[in-house]
Design a protein around this ligand. Sequence first.
Ligand SMILES: Nc1ncnc2c1ncn2[C@@H]1O[C@H](COP(=O)(O)OP(=O)(O)OP(=O)(O)O)[C@@H](O)[C@H]1O
Length: 518
Amino acid sequence: MLTAAICGDVFASPPVDSILAGIRAVTGPMGCLLIVKNYTGDRLNFGLAAEQAKSEGYKVETVIVGDDCALPPPRGIAGRRGLAGTVLVHKVAGAAAAAGLSLLDVATEAKHAADMIGTMGVALSVCTLPGQVTSDRLGPGKMELGLGIHGEPGAAVADLQPVDVIVSHVLKQILSPETNYVPITRGNRVVLMVNGLGATPMMELMIATGKAVPKLQLEHGLAVDRMYTGSFMTSLDMAGFSITIMKSDQAVLQRLDAATKAPCWPIGADGNHPPAKIPVPIPPPALATKNGETFGGPLQLNQQGLILEAAIEAAAKAVINLKDALNEWDSKVGDGDCGSTMFRGATAVLEDIKCYPLNDAAETVNEIGSSIRRVMGGTSGIIYTIFCKAAYTKLKSSSLDDITPKKWAEALEASIAAISKYGGATAGYRTLLDALIPASEVLRKRLDAGENPTTAFIQSSEAASAGAEATKNMQALAGRSSYVFGELLAAVPDPGAMGAAAWYKAAAMAVRDKSLHT
Ligand SMILES: Nc1ncnc2c1ncn2[C@@H]1O[C@H](COP(=O)(O)OP(=O)(O)OP(=O)(O)O)[C@@H](O)[C@H]1O
């Protein structure tokens, strides 16, 4: 890649003497190629240094890079700014030089590479100049689109958007046929670089890359030959990223794949790569399939199916409504994500319910387990998956089409037993079992006493709520809370127990209301 980099003061172009010192230090008989990002100060200082060096007998060529695609075609003489795409020009030129090409040929390759590159950045924060107070130019919940790397304001300020939307916008802007900044059209091959601006973790950059690749393939019809993710050209501690697209061909790929010792060039960027293809979009798959057939749910719900549907919907909505409270409690006694985890499960259940075979309670419970297992994750995800599997097995053992209230009570007992068996917790451990166990005990007792099943369900839901509240006074013996000191747990309920009590109660109320009206 580069033999030397000439640094100026922060965000200022280096003075002529520094550049000259650099040229004198590294230039051999083959000469020296200066790769300069297009900023007026840099052009002038590097230009003068190049003239001075030539007059001293050095062979010097210069390539200016202006890859910015955020701004409309410039009105004046300043031209487009140089951004992270310059790193790809460094790589191409460095490999060409290492391959022994003449200075003129290296310069020609570098210039050609620069013409094939477009970049646009998005900033979520303003960077901090050393020794200065960070500007509050960017208000909360805002992002800057099309920034430069020297802290200058972006082309536009917008409300924060999901990464999907941002990546789509940036790609469209770079590949816009109106500005025609890069000569890339459908069917072309490209290289993608997602560049961190200084404060964005690798994981988040990878998310942006993960969004960009399929969009390039499916929406823009491009084959993505290489992708580079990392912090290649930063802007101090700025949060955000830029995306660079470069038109690629075999010659460019050969330069990009050539080995380099530059420490930040990604390991694994060289080596054998199978040729990239442009995938063809396929229609989205049917929601759920069973034995190869699409499962659309029954056309006509019977009485039990209607009640089951109402109970599931109410339970899922109760969990969704409790998301923030669950996260709040979990942030005090755990890692703060219990509400989000439960929310994911409940949202999937609500989405999938139209495909559940609601007239078959056992199969429906099994399908709920599948929805949960697919999306929820976390401790509560696996616990509810076990819950549904055990309940399904118990319900399935019934020979009757209609499941009796007693069978439901047995299914709940089986679920509790399975959770205890695999998770090791039981009553008093400060877990969701402290809601479910009292509920199950009351349900069994009331049914055995001949109580109306709906009333028994409601009474058991009150026991679930009381049990969940009582976790406020319990020491944690299971889960993440067991790492938290006793006094921090006091007065905060176990989020899992509160979540369980909430869906259980909502289901009971829905069963009561639906039974009254059908
Ligand atoms: N062994 C267990 N048995 C039954 N329930 C448990 C057990 N351990 C934890 N829980 C329940 O799980 C809830 C936390 O669920 P959550 O999905 O937030 O998991 P977590 O502990 O944050 O771990 P992670 O997010 O890493 O999976 C607790 O509030 C508790 O009710």
